[in-house]
Write a protein of this length. Structure first.
Length: 136
């Protein structure tokens, strides 16, 4: 990324690389100063982060692209896990994306969908920890 970027900023949760903090902390500082026009922002990572970036860049009317790889499971268009509403239309990240206009993605619905199987996931995690795969 550094080799193809005019400016390159790094932020990590623990400060082990670059600045300690959120990507949006750094981005907000850049956008608040904004001495130069920013043409486009790419956000790739956790859905929560991509949503926060999209909300921030929307205020500044900066085109933003998010990569919805993190919501993909089988990547074949078969499982439906990556279903997302973009501009009011149902899309599948693995076959229609994974890159989308961030300001068109319905992140509220996406995050709601990601919590659909939270209880089952928690139960499976507890089972794995307790039984090391021997539970039924
Ligand atoms: S990842 Fe399964 S349908 Fe897209």
């Amino acid at each position: 990324m550094r080799s193809v970027s005019d400016k390159f900023y790094v932020a990590t949760d623990d400060g082990s690389k670059g600045r300690k903090g959120l990507v949006t902390d750094v981005l907000k500082e850049i956008l608040d100063k904004m001495s130069e026009k920013i043409n486009i922002v790419f956000a790739i990572g956790p859905v929560l982060m991509m949503r926060a970036v999209a909300e921030l860049t929307r205020q500044h009317e900066i085109k933003t692209v998010v990569s919805l790889n993190p919501i993909m499971v089988d990547g074949t268009g078969m499982c439906g896990a990556c279903r997302v509403e973009v501009g009011g239309t149902t899309k599948f990240a693995c076959v229609d994306g994974p890159d989308f206009d961030a300001h068109q993605v319905d992140f509220d619905l996406l995050m709601k969908r990601q919590k659909m199987f939270l209880q089952e996931e928690e139960r499976a995690r507890e089972c794995w920890h307790k039984c090391r795969g021997e539970c039924k």
